[in-house]
Design a protein around this ligand. Structure first.
Ligand SMILES: Nc1nc2c(c(=O)[nH]1)N[C@H]1C(S)=C(S)[C@@H](COP(=O)(O)O)O[C@H]1N2
Ligand SMILES: [Mo]
Length: 212
């Protein structure tokens, strides 16, 4: 027990020295579960993933065809607004930028923002430029395994900080919707669930933009 406390503190000190610990955050080796409402069940027969809004054509995939899309792996640090941070988390999933580059999604020039739509009506919003970053993924796997149900199985958005990539924006982790069912591309920004509840729309972890 004391060993694990000591190693948590040591790990925290080393990420602090590397400049990877934002103000007001502390390191956890656990993986806290945080969401509003119940954990939905997954039914492969009825699940689909839809893309609509400022696109040339609406598109939807069922679970089997979604899994044939090109996959990307990503290691990054995630930062929850409730002050826990988890370092070197390892994910696999589908890059929205790749879907656009490879013509799976054909965007309208007017598309400027993205609303992630999840089960039970949870939404969160990001600028298109952030969704296109290397640090945003539609994740199917965590640590080489399918996502656990309470972490978003079968699909969730994820956003975090890739060490050394000061060129990228790093919002808090709520900007990744668990149990994701679709992306809506919009012309104007539209506030999501926590954003409407008073959380900061930009949510930059380095600026501690927690509340609006
Ligand atoms: N569908 C849905 N996704 C959500 C939330 C939620 O309430 N509903 N909460 C967000 C918040 S506040 C955080 S910090 C992360 C937590 O992800 P985790 O439970 O896998 O740690 O999920 C985000 N995604
Ligand atoms: Mo959060």
């Amino acid at each position: 027990m004391f060993d694990s406390i000591k190693s948590r503190k040591e790990a925290e000190e080393s990420v602090r020295q590397e400049g990877r610990l934002p103000q007001g955050q502390s390191l956890t080796n656990k993986f806290p579960v945080l969401h509003y409402g119940p954990v939905p069940t997954f039914n492969a027969a009825t699940w689909d993933f839809r893309v609509w809004g400022q696109v040339e054509e609406e598109i939807s995939w069922d679970w089997a065809s979604f899994n044939e899309l090109p996959k990307t792996q990503l290691k990054m640090d995630i930062h929850c607004v409730t002050r826990w941070s988890k370092f070197d988390t390892f994910w696999e999933g589908v890059s929205v930028r790749t879907l656009v580059d490879e013509g799976f999604i054909k965007l309208h020039p007017s598309a400027g923002f993205v609303v992630q739509h999840a089960e039970y009506g949870y939404t969160t919003n990001l600028p298109l430029e952030v969704v296109f970053q290397d640090s945003f993924l539609l994740a199917t796997h965590y640590n080489g395994e399918p996502l656990p149900p309470d972490h978003g199985y079968p699909l969730r958005g994820i956003i975090g900080y890739i060490p050394g990539r000061e060129d990228l924006k790093t919002p808090y982790f709520w900007k990744g919707a668990k149990w994701l069912r679709g992306l809506e591309f919009t012309e104007q920004d539209r506030l999501g669930f926590w954003e409407k509840a008073g959380y900061h729309n930009n949510a930059d972890v380095w600026e501690e933009q927690r509340f609006a």
